[in-house]
Design a binder for this molecule. Sequence first.
Ligand code: C2E
Ligand code: MG
Ligand code: MG
Ligand code: MG
Length: 277
Amino acid sequence: TLHETYDKCIAYYNDSIFNDTLLEKRLVGEFDTALAEKQFCMYLQPQMTPEGQMLGAEALVRWQHPNRGLIFPGDFINVFERTGLIYRLDKYVWELAVQKLSEWQKHGKNELYISINISAKDFYYMDVYKTITTLVEKYGIIPKTLKLEITETAIMTGISGELEILEQFRNYGFQVEIDDFGSGYSSLNTLKDMDVDVLKIDMGFLRTTKPDRIKRSMSILNNIIDLSKTLGLSVITEGVETKEQVTALTKMGCRIYQGYYFSKPIPIEDFENTYLK
Ligand code: C2E
Ligand code: MG
Ligand code: MG
Ligand code: MG
């Protein structure tokens, strides 16, 4: 029996933990090459009005790996955050976004915006403010077309002066957005302490299936939307997958949506062919 248990442990170790760590190590080892060979690409997911007008998009990174295929952020963002590589990836993705905005603006599309994700870890490894403003000045884009997404947890646990940096960003003219609002520990405290422009409601509220929970979620959503109005913030609901969700939330006063109901994140070329022709 002791042997059996031991074998099981080994099997378990081999199947999951060992392979996961090994895969992580490989991904980390492949990072420099991937960056140099432009294997990371920016997908865009549109943000829409209930009537179907596209207002802008969120930039979401994908890793087009030469032998592993398309890898999603869930498989590498955490790893890169833990190993201190994330800031190099983010800097790269931010530049793709700013480049794209500058191209659109050269064609007179001055209203379209792109939201970029800022990891909490970015603040430890670089001067986020300087990095982003330098990019914006290099490409000469309109600051308000760049939206900066940051999670509430990242801000509230931040020890690198994040609150002050966000204020500087707003003064510069960027729009600042709390991502995954409602999934952190202290959502309401966050609102008390920080000045932002947009709340992006966490999709967890929409992922419940038990009928009584759906009712409760809807009531919380209703209140978040009211609250954001009172505070003068605009609100985006993320993760809408059905028409019913859009209808219900629109009745509550939400005007901007991002979710599979409208579109999944798609390659830039598809995005432009679908929305900018
Ligand atoms: P996020 O910033 O909250 O982005 C939204 C995620 O929800 C995206 O997953 C998007 O594909 C997914 N999503 C949107 N609508 C729906 C829907 O209707 N149903 C479902 N089930 N999912 C939906 P994705 O692209 O896999 O990204 C996951 C997370 O990885 C992002 O969450 C963000 O935290 C992080 N991430 C992605 N790209 C970057 C990046 O360039 N830099 C950094 N630092 N983080 C990134
Ligand atoms: Mg985001
Ligand atoms: Mg989110
Ligand atoms: Mg997230």
